[in-house]
Design a protein around this ligand. Structure first.
Ligand code: ADP
Ligand code: RBF
Ligand code: MG
Length: 396
């Protein structure tokens, strides 16, 4: 992660991009385009989706037409797609950390603007589905309100003007390359939050590249810090996943001395795409054994440069044996840090042990400890106690 350059101390205003930065718009784009392409005898290629990021609707439509060789003009294509998109705006979820960031800026009196390549009416429709968003922005600028969309600086310059401030006072947060270029061309400070994984190298013109909005550190920019971190952990809305333990890459115990009980990631592709990669912690239930503290990483394991997003939970207990095939249930209650690369295997191992210590300690806080009793974890245990095996319940 690049450290911000030291000039960045005069920030008083924040300008946020919408699609891909605050909202998980990509999901809806594929939901609309997939069936449309199928009807037209084509097959949606998710690997091409990144080409649409940061484009205006007109530009994006032109890219799709060309990529898939569809027999429509851009105008025809847009007039067919627009009603389909209009129906979907309220199905777009906020990205992790978006609500938290918006509330933080508002409650600390930091003026924030929205600046998006989308037309103003689409922006209004999208944010109206999220409580408290509209009234949190002191300016909103759409792609149809300026001469040229991003990568031209117009949108950001207009946003600064409407907030009565100068570009050097503004911090832009952007997921797309055209957006980062626009922010820099406007003479602003820019944090990139790439929405396309493993493309961070392309964002070298940004002042800082982070993995998700959970990793924004406002104090680095002279803004008020978040006050919700507790003992190096960030509480999150808990989420639940479970399934049979499967074989992983076969290196957890062997290479790192840290066994990770992998879950079949393809069963939770939706929930995984909702959550950013990173190191999390929570409670783990094993149907035949009990409930244990757990620390895990989700993502591409940058040190090993994996091509698949995997779930790697380390149960903080010495079992002395394998438990492949057993039902493992997880409740994930907090966030520790983004996944990172490390200069050596030793430093990766050392950091994972530090994560474990942080999780171990935090899980004793009532805030996190109460999830140990989640019915989701206990259900599979109860089945066993019904058969007279009390030891499972006692082991909690
Ligand atoms: P794999 O690559 O197949 O996941 P690992 O070397 O990561 O292999 O070891 C993980 C396996 O070790 C788990 O699937 C589980 O059966 C076993 N195991 C034993 N103790 C633990 C533990 N404390 N946490 C996670 N898995 C453990
Ligand atoms: N792998 C990385 O490449 N970078 C990380 O920052 C990272 N953090 C981890 C944190 C925890 C708590 C755990 C359990 C694993 C982490 N790993 C990380 C994953 C590790 O590389 C993984 O367990 C092995 O690749 C297993 O296949
Ligand atoms: Mg493993």
């Amino acid at each position: 992660m690049a450290a911000p350059k030291p000039i960045a101390r005069l920030i008083s205003h924040v300008i946020l991009d919408l699609d891909g930065t605050l909202l998980n718009t990509d999901c809806v784009v594929s939901q609309v385009l997939k069936p449309f392409l199928v009807k037209n005898g084509k097959k949606w290629d998710s690997k091409k989706a990144h080409k649409l990021v940061g484009k205006t609707p007109y530009e994006a439509a032109a890219v799709v037409l060309e990529d898939y060789g569809l027999p429509y003009s851009t105008e025809e294509f847009l007039s067919m797609l627009t009603p389909m998109f209009n129906e979907q705006w309220c199905n777009i979820k906020a990205l992790p950390g978006a609500n938290r960031l918006i509330k933080h800026l508002k409650s600390n009196g930091v003026p924030a603007a929205l600046a998006s390549n989308s037309p103003r009416s689409n922006i209004e429709a999208k944010i109206s589905c999220h409580q408290g968003w509209k009234e949190s922005f002191s300016a909103i600028v759409g792609g149809d309100e300026v001469q040229k969309g991003k990568p031209s600086p117009d949108i950001f310059l207009e946003a600064a003007k409407r907030m009565n401030t100068d570009p050097p006072n503004c911090l832009v947060i952007e997921d797309s390359l055209p957006g980062v270029m626009a922010g820099k061309a406007a003479g602003m400070h820019v944090i990139a939050v790439p929405s396309v994984p493993k493309k961070t190298a392309e964002f070298s013109s940004a002042d800082e590249v982070i993995n998700s909005l959970l990793d924004v550190k406002p104090e680095k920019w002279g803004l008020p810090p978040f006050s919700d971190w507790i003992d190096d952990t960030l509480p999150i809305e808990p989420w639940f996943i479970g399934g049979p333990v499967i074989k992983g890459f076969g290196r957890g115990s062997k290479v790192l001395g840290i066994p990770t009980a992998n879950l079949p990631a393809e069963n939770f592709s939706d929930i995984l795409s909702e959550h950013t990669s990173g190191v999390y912690f929570g409670w783990a239930g094993l149907s035949t054994r009990g409930i244990y503290k757990m620390v895990m990483s989700i993502g591409w394991n940058p040190y090993f440069d994996n091509t698949e997003k995997t779930i790697e939970p380390w149960l903080l207990h010495d079992f002395g044996e394998d438990f492949y095939g057993e039902e493992l249930r997880l409740v994930i209650v907090g966030y520790i840090r983004p996944e990172a690369n490390f200069p050596s295997l030793e430093s990766l191992i050392e950091r994972i042990h530090e994560d474990a210590k942080i999780a171990e300690k935090a899980l004793d806080l009532p805030l996190y400890a109460r999830y140990k009793d989640s019915p989701y974890l206990r259900n599979s245990l109860k089945d066993r106690s019904a058969n007279g095996d009390q030891s499972v319940i006692d082991s909690k």
